[in-house]
Design a protein around this ligand. Sequence first.
Ligand code: ATP
Length: 227
Amino acid sequence: MPGPELKAPIGIFGGTFAPIHNGHLRLAIELREQLGLERVLVLPAGSPPHRAAPSVPTARRVEWTRLAVCSEPGLEIDTRETARGGPSYSYDSVAALRRELGADRPLCLLLGDDAANQFHTWHRWREMLDLAHLIFVERPYEPPSPSPDLVALLRGRRVSDAKALAQAAHGCWMACSIPPLAISSTRIRRLLAAGRSIRGLVPDAVADSLSVADIDALSRDEDPAYD
Ligand code: ATP
């Protein structure tokens, strides 16, 4: 599709967010700026098909995501996956966004390298490029190791700048780097399980909102001995 009549690109960033942390937030902010995204939609996953459901209630993950993004212009929470119930497939969300936002809107699915390494196991992953661009983002301690099938699918579709991305509504991929932040939700849960502080790793609004029940639920999924 030729460039000039396309609308400004929009980012789509999904995750379990148990809890959302500053690594997530910086990824969304840095990519919005690097790629000139009009906004980034942040989608907490419903019940993830690839992993055990977190012990913490979905409503709390949604609330933390809301608290984390609400004061950052250009970031927006999108609750369609948690509202839908049942297994949460990114393909369904991206397909719904494509229908809502129109064919003339570049959509960029933002994926950290660990998610990219598992991408070939996702529901209808091969068709994702018919809906969106794929943006792979470096993540500390997660070297990229795309499956051979993904490498084959991506062949000939690489672009190297934001301008090229904005000239097609879907079908390209790009690798991006951001200043590394070695934060994971797993480490945060382990710190909580060990009774330690998580200040500085998550937005203050999220840290301040944690109840005893939240800390219990997050800790339940981790063994503090592993920190
Ligand atoms: P967990 O430790 O529970 O697996 P997580 O920290 O990996 O959680 P997710 O909610 O699984 O967080 O991740 C959502 C998305 O954010 C994924 O694409 C993941 O690669 C990316 N991501 C998470 N943390 C970082 C980080 N520190 N830097 C870059 N990308 C990140």
